[in-house]
Design a protein around this ligand. Structure first.
Ligand code: MIG
Length: 668
């Protein structure tokens, strides 16, 4: 059951697609009022959700903020990352979900100030509050999705492996990556193009010298089963002869300052404008710009910097220089020195800048900071809405950095600028359930780590986890150690085996993803979602369920050759070195130390379940759909069934009964 309560005058978010009647109070479960809600947590209560945040699967013990932030340092002390996901489930003495439909900042104190008190404080008392109840946490998540709409489904090839790096500067660089993969028999479906393909970092342009023939390159790559996936940035370069800039100015499509002049903030291209994506006509205009690249054979995109990230504004920069002038020549004491640093470091993504420009909502100006969290969502929506017009009935790959709930209908998200740290592999495992709960099924982190120099063992261990995430992409920052899988000679056979395992598992991964998307389920989720009465399962922070049949327990510790695993019920363990080379063993319920060498991955099959396995290939397009499937299974009574989903992987005609097929194993 979902109850809707409405407070103040809400700025529309278009997040809810199935409007419900507003109820009169009182609000169940929560005490307080629209300024701040409180809930007394019982000792055993677990709090799940809040999407893309730091810390545990259980969010208890910290404070968080919904405020889309471009922060490349994902340390434990952070309150917010790129997404603003206002949904959580309290599970325990009472089990219920809370969803805030609101585009401004929200502060969550989940047992931070007082271990047993949860508070929710939106910046303004103008929003809709939804209280969800159901038979389980999973059921509550399903109800949320019925309210906010079906999750985005990418083309099937997007479930292949992708290689990315900030620093592929030329066509030759891209070809070298393709060659590195193909020559080493490493499956690959995507090469991502970071900002260097653009002409001066201007959206929808291509540098004519470094990428003289993008259409030709895209066609050449596609012959090898590889798609090019370029980045699109939120800031639009200020440049008189750039068509996006010119049209945006002519039509008045950019966010404006109080004096009506377009707001200017600097990002990659230097000074830039910010399209007012909250206006439908602006979304339509910007979304149709993707056609410039589509027409050159591009079938997928990633949207970056759409919190929006702002390095500095003209006003902010002027103030910073004023400060520096005051300090110039002075004998700087501690306070002067830090105020100098703050003047410069505080320029980026500043609250003052976010409060200095306006959107237009139903013809009325709305200050940006009041709807800050809707910006990235609406950039991705602009693309998604336009793709539906440009290619009706066809899917396009799209994922974004910033998001809030609502954006899950138009694209996936990747988890931003993590570091090549073992602690960030663990963080990746813990972030996935939260974002899945908020509808972002197509998700994954930069495998191997984005910032900092990686190590071969970290790349391998992270790839072993990445096999199971819907978005499987290796990405690294400019200036870091080379991280393409073919760079690691010693680990190459194991890395190849792991990629092949991913491709062999695609019949399962794709079926389970589609079940989650079409039936409002969770493709990856905490153990306790399926074993709510199991006190030990409720504590597990480093194992996940993947689809209906699999539990994973990744190794995320350097030099570890195994780990402790908790089994809520007996399971069959496959210790896989490759799709053909593995040991299997039935383990009883309980705690186990399970060896897992660096070149092995642990896959647990739940009792009564089946995992359909195909033959690997170099790309998703090259998979042999007619080849017989192998069924991995753990069937204590000898028989079982698996519901397999298959379709053409590119049209949006999902709901046909012929896509479903029951595979049966009989005791005989
Ligand atoms: O400020 O385009 O998160 O994936 O490589 C950095 C360059 C801008 C941030 C993205 C990252 C990307 C990088 N971008």
């Amino acid at each position: 059951m979902i109850q809707r309560f409405s407070f103040g005058s809400m700025i529309p978010t278009d997040t809810v697609v199935r409007p419900l009647p507003v109820q009169a109070g009182p609000v169940p479960f929560l005490q307080g009022d629209a300024a701040c809600w409180r809930y007394a947590l019982a000792p055993g209560d677990v709090v799940y959700g809040l999407g893309e945040t730091t810390r545990g699967i259980n969010k208890r013990g910290w404070h968080y903020a919904s405020h889309c932030s471009d922060d490349p340092s994902h340390t434990e002390d952070k309150q917010s990352l790129y997404g603003a996901h206002n949904f959580f489930v309290v599970s325990g003495e009472k089990t219920f979900g809370v969803f805030l439909d609101y585009g401004g900042r929200v502060e969550y104190d989940i047992g931070y100030t007082d271990t047993d008190l949860l508070t929710v404080a939106p910046a303004e008392p103008d929003y809709d509050l939804y209280i969800l109840t159901g038979s389980s946490a999973a059921d509550i998540c399903a109800q949320l999705r019925a309210l906010v709409g079906r999750s985005y489904i990418p083309p099937k090839w997007a479930f292949g492996f992708g290689q990315s790096r900030w620093g592929y500067k030329t066509e030759a660089d891209v070809r070298a990556v393709a060659k590195g993969y193909r020559e080493n028999d490493l499956p690959l479906d995507m090469i991502y193009m970071d900002i260097d393909y653009m002409d001066g970092f201007a959206d929808f342009t291509v540098d004519a010298e470094r990428f003289p023939d993008l259409a030709g390159l895209a066609a050449e790559m596609k012959q090898q089963g590889i798609r090019l996936v370029p980045i699109i940035d939120a800031g639009i370069k200020q440049k008189a002869d750039d068509p996006t800039c010119r049209e945006g100015l002519e039509k008045g499509y950019f966010c404006k300052k109080a004096d009506g002049e377009p707001f200017v903030g600097a990002v990659w291209p230097g000074k830039a404008y910010f399209a007012d994506f909250l206006r439908p006509e602006v979304r339509r205009w910007f979304g149709h710009k993707y056609k410039v690249l589509r027409d050159q054979g591009i079938e997928g995109f990633w949207n970056d910097m759409n919190e929006p990230a702002i390095f500095y504004s003209e006003e902010g920069l002027a103030q910073a220089f004023e400060k520096l002038d005051q300090l110039k020549g002075k004998n700087l004491d501690l306070y002067d020195y830090f105020s100098m640093k703050d003047a410069v470091l505080g320029l980026s993504n500043s609250a003052a800048d976010y409060a200095s420009f306006y959107h237009e909502v139903n013809g009325q100006p709305v200050r940006h900071d009041r709807i800050h969290n809707l910006y990235g969502y609406n950039m991705t929506r602009a693309a998604g809405e336009a793709f539906d017009e440009l290619r009706p009935g066809k899917r396009t790959l799209m994922f974004s950095r910033a998001s809030c709930i609502g954006a899950h209908r138009y694209g996936g998200i990747w988890l931003g600028d993590n570091c090549a740290w073992w602690s960030h592999l663990l963080q990746n495992i813990r972030q996935i359930p939260g974002v899945q709960m908020c509808g972002f099924l197509f998700t994954g982190a930069d495998l191997g780590g984005f910032g900092c120099d990686t190590t071969p063992d970290l790349v391998l261990r992270w790839t072993e986890f990445g096999i199971f995430t819907p978005l499987m992409r290796n990405h690294a920052a400019l200036g870091t150690r080379d991280q393409e899988l073919y760079r690691f000679d010693k680990q190459l056979p194991a890395l190849r085996n792991m990629l092949e395992l991913r491709y062999a598992l695609l019949p399962y991964i794709y079926s389970e993803y589609m079940k989650a998307a079409l039936h409002d389920g969770l493709y990856m989720r905490p153990l306790a979602f399926d074993y709510p009465a199991d006190a030990a399962a409720r504590q597990v922070e480093d194992q996940l369920l993947v689809g209906e049949s699999i539990m994973v327990a990744p190794v995320y510790t350097q030099n570890a050759t195994g780990r402790y695993v908790y089994l809520p019920e007996p399971m069959k363990l496959l210790r896989l070195r490759s799709v053909e080379d593995y040991d299997e063993e039935i383990l009883p319920a309980g705690h186990h130390y399970v060896p897992c060498a660096l070149d092995e991955v642990l896959l647990f099959i739940r009792p009564g379940h089946i995992v359909p396995v195909g033959k690997p290939a170099q790309s998703v397009d090259a998979l042999d759909a007619a080849a017989p499937l192998t069924l991995w299974s753990y069937l204590p009574d000898g028989s079982g069934e698996y519901l397999l989903y298959t379709d053409d992987g590119e049209t949006t005609d999902y709901d046909r009964p012929e896509h479903w097929q029951t595979l049966r194993v009989d005791a005989q």
